[in-house]
Design a protein around this ligand. Structure first.
Ligand SMILES: [Ca+2]
Ligand SMILES: [Ca+2]
Length: 325
């Protein structure tokens, strides 16, 4: 299970297996194709190819791990000796496993590196068959760009009920205290999903944030984005949302509480906040979701709990919705 993965950003990297200086050049011949096998360090597409060549005419090919040609470009006219970079954007071809970049020499010469240890990644195709070139590293490099994790946010649920019947199964529960962890576990057992492995830990998945911002920085961040605030005033805690305020009075500990259930879209994921002013309110919201499940067509709701039977326990029948929007 993944936890605390950083927010995703696109990365571009050059992969090279030579030391940058040529010790020689492959001889010009008929239909000679030279290839280097690349191992991507992350799922990527190819965005550019570099080759160390002399003046001449060259073709470039991208091949899969079985040396089947997937794409080709050229011929390209190159002038002068040195590294020549070519844009080679193929956003539709992505690689997780080894692939090859081949340079076809129509005229001119491709450099090879002998002064660094052979990486056993160089191959030559002569007269129709690929053979390893064990002693050299052909001077071909590739520029890769990580595959961006674009999600289609238009297909996400827009109501709490939709989220409970769909995305919650692929969500991670985030919590800031042991009490909230126990409630998150209860929700998980009833509604699906997985628990974060660590306290107060941001994830890239859809999230269910259990508990309020007083115990959790993650809750603080997403409450802020959803326009929800829990603030302390003396011993009291004030929940404010959509211009309304609900006051938990410290004298009503384990007797009364208010809580929020709120679904928001943030950074290409859904975040369901389930939080009370105290642990009792959080439990009230969890019980409400477990009992009501699908059918909730709101985005945000304020719940009120009152310990009607005076047992200092939260029961579903003691929970009521006082605002929904
Ligand atoms: Ca060298
Ligand atoms: Ca009770």
């Amino acid at each position: 299970m993944e936890a605390c993965s950083p927010s995703f950003t696109q990365i571009t990297r050059e992969i090279s297996y030579d030391d940058g200086t040529p010790e020689g050049y492959v001889p010009t011949g008929f239909n000679r194709v030279f290839a280097v096998r690349f191992t991507p360090v992350f799922e990527c597409y190819v965005s550019g190819v570099k080759m160390y060549v002399k003046t001449g005419l060259y073709g470039i090919q991208i091949l899969d791990k079985n040396l089947k040609v997937l794409a080709a470009s050229g011929p390209v006219q190159v002038r002068g000796t040195g590294w020549h970079a070519h844009d080679f954007t193929m956003g539709n071809l992505t690689f997780k496993e080894d692939f090859y970049v081949a340079v076809e020499v129509y005229s001119g010469k491709l450099g090879y590196d002998e002064s660094s240890e052979s990486q056993n990644r160089s191959y030559v195709n002569s007269f129709g068959g690929w053979k390893p070139s064990t002693d050299v590293n052909y001077m071909i490099r590739v520029i890769i760009t990580s595959v961006e994790k674009k999600r289609d946010v238009s297909k996400f649920s827009s109501t709490v009920g939709g989220f409970l019947s769909r995305e919650i199964k692929n969500s991670t529960y985030v919590y800031g205290s042991i009490v909230d962890l126990q409630l998150a576990d209860k929700m998980k057992q009833g509604l699906g999903g997985r628990l974060s492995t660590r306290y107060d830990c941001e994830v890239d998945d859809h999230m269910v944030v259990v508990g309020g911002p007083i115990a959790s920085l993650v809750a603080q961040k997403y409450c802020g984005q959803a326009g929800i605030a829990f603030r302390k005033e003396g011993e009291n805690i004030i929940l404010s949302i959509s211009g309304m305020e609900f006051v938990f009075k410290s004298g009503e500990w384990a007797r009364k509480d208010y809580s929020i259930i709120s679904l928001t879209l943030a950074e290409e994921k859904l975040v369901l906040i389930v939080a009370g002013c105290t642990r009792y309110g959080t439990k009230a919201a969890v019980l409400y979701l477990l009992s009501t499940k699908a059918g909730l067509n709101q985005k945000k709701m304020v719940l009120s709990w009152e310990d009607l039977n005076n047992n200092r326990e939260v029961e579903f029948k003691e929970v009521s919705v006082i605002y929904g929007g």
